[in-house]
Design a protein around this ligand. Sequence first.
Ligand code: NDP
Length: 513
Amino acid sequence: MSATAPQNEPATTHPAIHQLMEEFGVTQECREFLAAEPQQYINGRFTNGQASGRIDSIEPSTGHLLTTIASGAVEDVDDAVAAARAALDSGPWAAMKPNERQGLLLRLADLIEEHAQSIGEIETLDNGKALGPCIEMDVLGGADLLRYMAGFTTKIHGETRQVSTPGDHVAWTVRQPIGVVGAIVPWNWPFNMALWKISAPLAAGCTIVVKPAQQTSLSMLYFARLCEEAGLPPGVFNVVTGRGSTIGNALASHPDVSKVSFTGSTPVGRQVGAAAGEALSPVTLELGGKSPMVVFDDADPAAVAAAMRWSVFFNAGQVCSAGTRLYAQRGIYEQVLEEAVKLANSMKLAPGLDPECDMGPVISGGARDGIRDYIKRGIAEGARIVCGAHQIEGDGYFVPPTVLAVENNDATVMQEEIFGPVLVAMPFDTEEEAIALANDNIYGLAASVWTRDISRAMRCVNAIEAGTVWVNAHDLVDSAIPFGGFKQSGFGKDLGPEQLDHFLKTKAVWIQL
Ligand code: NDP
């Protein structure tokens, strides 16, 4: 292991991380990006702004320092919002024709694709996730969404309406960009969730200030370079880094922000909603979840387990829509558990850069300890360990794929979002009972139903209170299909044409003839 930083890498990066990069190899571009102290991106400039210090960015598989980011100040939010407002009101972005804006977004999507490897490596080092799926889903999925939304730029239109008001009039509606968008994103899909927040507003002609999660800001700072290269005018896209309680709060409550788009936990979502409400800004809240997988006797247990790889243990279980509540009908229950255990025991835990990695570490020591506490609490409340649950020694934040079985739906592990690779299972007898169990939770983000009986599947689809219901699948996502929760999983939709509506305002125009 080298004791000193190789040339072109930041002196702060821990030797254990240099060793990782040497062992698995990363692009020169990734090395160079990490070597430069990452700055905020405000009004087309990389700048330290009014930052009062730096925040550590920790590589989760080693638990050591990767680099630092600027701890931005409220004044940086003010500057970024002012720049975004100015770009909205005048200059090249305001004057741009829809097809020119479309060309720009398509160019940006091409650049994401060209630099997918480097973006993936930066994300993997910052977040811990497995590199292959990160490139495939997070990065290229982001490019796909940008292209999908770019298609709308030339199809935004109002309508003429027949009016019955006495006299001679013509009246019509005009759709205009809503204004400056404040986007606040979580750490579990730093690049992809940010693209979920950015693509529709750019297509609508809005300007944006993004606040990435403090643990994972690097991929957005890299993306800012691509925005420059694509030719996005200054002020259209800004990144302010720092603490949620200051930067995030300042953005959500800013009087010149016209729309707040937030993805994160339910408790923080409540604060963001309150701050936006105070400023009378409309807000979209994509919040937590505890999604049920409801498996009937006629389902294929192997298919259910195959889906669990992506729906329970993927991204180390740090997935808002993860199907971590398993309700299986009594006749198939033991078989499904057996398959789940086979899957869990087959998964290789490794640093995300390792091509053999099935599951990387969780984001932080705090997250790892929180998951362990949930497991302990589950056991104290009577849960049976079916597999996993052991502690993994070392500096990295690894948690084994874990399956717990409970008899009681009130168990804390069955009710609360653990946000780690922990599946909690419980048997049921009847369809009515399964629906009641699925709905017996504060969240309503997503659910899946597993059966070959189409009538039963449709009854469950209609009765389950969730923003998405899959049948014989879990966690399918597509740019064209709206995603967003019911109940305490939030409101408003990301993706699909529904999302675009959030970023357009409708103006009515009348002419008296
Ligand atoms: P948090 O709610 O802790 O943070 C989300 C973002 O909000 C971060 O950028 C954070 O900044 C910022 N923030 C924190 N405090 C405030 C505040 N007072 N005002 C404004 N912004 C603030 O969520 P996590 O990052 O922990 O993400 C995990 C959560 O996200 C889970 O509950 C998960 O279910 C949910 N999620 C939901 C999705 C959905 O589509 N429904 C998709 C993905 C995740 P900082 O990092 O600096 O604290």
